[in-house]
Design a protein. Structure first.
Lengths: 110, 118
């Protein structure tokens, strides 16, 4: 089973506030989870990741939280900036390929 | 910084025509991929290619699709007879092997080719 799910198609947040993007997965054997950011007319670019042996990874304004018992991860962006407006995909490596969620469109309003 | 290059950025083709999407992966990468994203949907895996052969393909990658590495630098995706439902963004990716651990961190994506079938 290789499912990664993002159930919120879009999120709108005021500049300066926190953005929380969620992702659920079905296979407890996944080792790493990654978040990719995608602007229109560009390819996905790597943003931040977390290993399954950790429950938190922080990089500047971006923090990933992993709840293994719930098979859930979330990406927190604080403070949100207008330049963060993009599509965010959560992904994991299954076999020798990346498997993506459906993505969440984040709009940060100024 | 090394990047994956895709051409053309946008291709419009008539239904039933053949199209070839081109990619130049990063030179020292060994795994090559094609993904596609239909408008509003998730990025879907199509095929992976390693050591001059397909290593894995999805259900989407049927007989209408083929991939080739005709020389040491290009990696192409051919759609033999395009259908309206082939309209999508097609992303090429390559993965570095060996130096980057875990390997999940080694993927680099191109900017994509928007294919419109009319």
């Amino acid at each position: 089973d290789q499912q990664v799910k993002q159930n919120s198609p879009s999120l709108s947040v005021q500049e300066g506030r926190i953005s929380i993007l969620n992702c659920d997965y079905t296979n407890s054997m996944f080792d790493y989870f990654l978040w990719y950011k995608k602007y229109p007319a560009e390819g996905p670019t790597f943003l931040i990741s977390i290993s399954s042996i950790k429950d938190k990874n922080e990089d500047g304004r971006f923090t990933v939280f992993l709840n293994k018992s719930a098979k859930h991860l979330s990406l927190h962006i604080v403070p949100s900036q207008p330049g963060d407006s993009a599509v965010y995909f959560c992904a994991t490596e299954y076999g020798n390929k990346l498997v993506f969620g459906a993505g969440t469109i984040l709009r940060v309003k100024s | 910084e090394p990047e994956v290059t895709q051409t053309p950025s946008h291709q419009v083709t008539q239904m039933g025509q053949e199209v070839i999407l081109r990619c130049v992966p990063i030179s020292n990468h060994l795994y090559f991929y094609w993904y596609r994203q239909i408008l509003g949907q998730k990025v879907e895996f199509l095929v992976s290619f390693y050591n001059n052969e397909i290593s894995e393909k999805s259900e989407i990658f049927d007989d209408q699709f083929s991939v080739e590495r005709p020389d040491g630098s290009n990696f192409t995706l051919k759609i033999r007879s395009t259908k309206l439902e082939d309209s999508a963004m097609y992303f090429c990716a390559s993965k570095e092997v060996g130096d980057i651990l875990p390997t999940a961190y080694g993927y680099t994506f191109g900017s994509g080719t928007r294919l419109t079938v009319v």
